[in-house]
Design a protein around this ligand. Sequence first.
Ligand code: AGV
Ligand code: CA
Length: 314
Amino acid sequence: MRNFYFNHDGNVDDLVSLLLLLQMPDVNLLGVGVTDADGYVEPASLASRKIIDRFGHEGRKPADVAKSNSRAKHQFPDAWRLSAFSFNDFPLLNEHGSKPHLPLATKPGHLDMIDKLQSSDKKVTLVMTGPLTDLARALKVDPTITEKIDKLYWMGGALNSQGNVAAPGADDTMEWNAYWDAKAVKTVWDSSLEIVMLGLDSTDQVPLTSKLRLRWAAQRSYPALDLIGQGYSLVHSFEANSIYYLWDVLTTLSSRYPELIEYKQVKTDVITTAPSEGRTYETKNGREVLFVTSVDAEAFYDKIDELAKLAPQG
Ligand code: AGV
Ligand code: CA
């Protein structure tokens, strides 16, 4: 068994990532933290608890879910944050009522992360699919957690300056999770952690297409694939700069199945001031990260199906 901790921020691909992490046969998910970023934290944490109730496996699922009390430097657009309410209302997650069985953790996200890491008997793979704020705060409270973290897999940043933030005062070179709290990225970069970075350069290789939607629809007799299809039906791209990708799912699956990706060592840094606040870039004086360059997209889509079919039928 491998120990994992997952911190996400409540958009559709974050919740689908949780669903799939729960299915990995040799992954013991120690804990889950939810940041109030790309999904309202209230419905996003409720939905997380219900996903674990319905799709978790005895013996390798977390005992609770922690809500983060970290706050945005730049908050996500409301139009994106609202999908967490719809997801939490899916009939598939509310068959037995609207209250999850799984409790909320007593501590906020960053302290929950410390507790779960410190109580692990072996090193933990840390997967983060939203802003890095909870980890940055955890490192300040207890820097010794670095000894408990095997690697950090983070969905965030971009090295080609092709960002996905369109906001006044921002120059379009940064990725949203980094822009939400750029100083947190800097804090994590200043730590000794081994970081695998899935920036937009790699996630751009796995867009959400209508072909994919139909592939899931055709397999909807599997409840987890039904939920995945329903989830992604909440997100559509009507503007050129808002195409939806499988950003977080790629990050999550890569953390356990690195054969899906190729990466190289690069030295990088992050800008923490406007107008490029949150922009990550390559520089020879930077800190080393393992930067994902390419994806075996077909194997990745197959892996989603394979894992989803392992979910309890109910
Ligand atoms: O920048 C990618 C991050 C991922 O963690 N999120 C979505 C994923 O959860 C922000 C984001 C960028 N474009 C979006 C986003 C869009 N069109 N809709 C929702 N979220
Ligand atoms: Ca996310």
